[in-house]
Design a protein around this ligand. Structure first.
Ligand code: E4P
Length: 217
């Protein structure tokens, strides 16, 4: 399962990229709105840093506008994946952009039928939002199981990109269900590194080693 980082902040991406654990990046208008500077320059810098798929979302809501904006975003860098919302216009834009060879990530997926329609329109990725489904009292991960099953049954090449991840549990469940990609906020990636028994174990190893060295003097 590939790991994408869910942020538009270069400083947040850099340390994980340096560890060699990041396969790509996802952004959305809310994330880019938090950054100062030209969003397109930032996207280009992210592409150069990560050298993997970087989702950049359109803000137009009509198909013609999404296609125009999608073409501009795709021209920024070969790593750009154009992100469009799941609407009828988004599906239409996806079909056109995909037919031109642009990879499209259809976002704001909240049902298996939406994912299926996006796949039929040639989406390279679908982004089901598990955390936002959990927020309204449903089990977001059930949607991932449904989409993975459907895509497997019909050999769709569209990748299931689990989005709106809120905890390491979402990551483990995504991997067990066979999702292709999980996009994770930096704070949740940090959580994945931490375990108190690792800290306690390392402290004990080092203390035992130092005591043995001191006894030899
Ligand atoms: C990523 O592609 C999505 O835009 C993002 O994961 C949404 O996460 P949120 O529900 O925490 O805003």
């Amino acid at each position: 399962m590939k790991l994408f980082v869910d942020t538009g902040n270069l400083k947040e991406i850099e340390p994980f990229a340096a560890l060699g654990i990041i396969d790509g990046v996802t952004t959305n208008p809310s994330l880019m709105a938090r950054e100062s500077g030209d969003p397109r320059k930032i996207l280009k810098q992210i592409c150069e840093l990560v050298q993997g798929p970087v989702s950049a979302e359109v803000v137009a809501t009509d198909a013609a506008g999404m296609i125009r904006e999608g073409r501009e975003l795709a021209a920024l860098d070969t790593h750009i994946v154009v992100k469009v919302p799941f609407t009828k216009d988004g599906v239409k834009a996806c079909k056109t952009l995909a037919s031109e060879g642009t990879r499209v990530n259809v976002t704001l997926i909240f049902s298996a039928t939406q994912a299926w329609l996006a796949a039929k329109a040639g989406a390279a990725y679908v982004s089901p939002f598990v955390g936002r489904l959990d927020d309204i009292g449903t089990t977001g991960m059930n949607l991932i199981r449904e989409i993975v099953d459907i895509f497997d049954n019909f050999d769709f090449t569209t990748e299931v990109l689990v989005a709106s991840v809120r905890s390491p549990i979402h990551i483990v469940e995504s991997a067990r269900m066979g999702a292709d990609v999980v996009t994770v906020p930096p704070a949740v990636i940090e959580q994945c590194f931490k375990h108190p028994l690792t800290d306690i174990g390392l402290a004990k190893f080092l203390k035992d080693w130092e005591q043995a060295q001191a006894a030899k003097v």
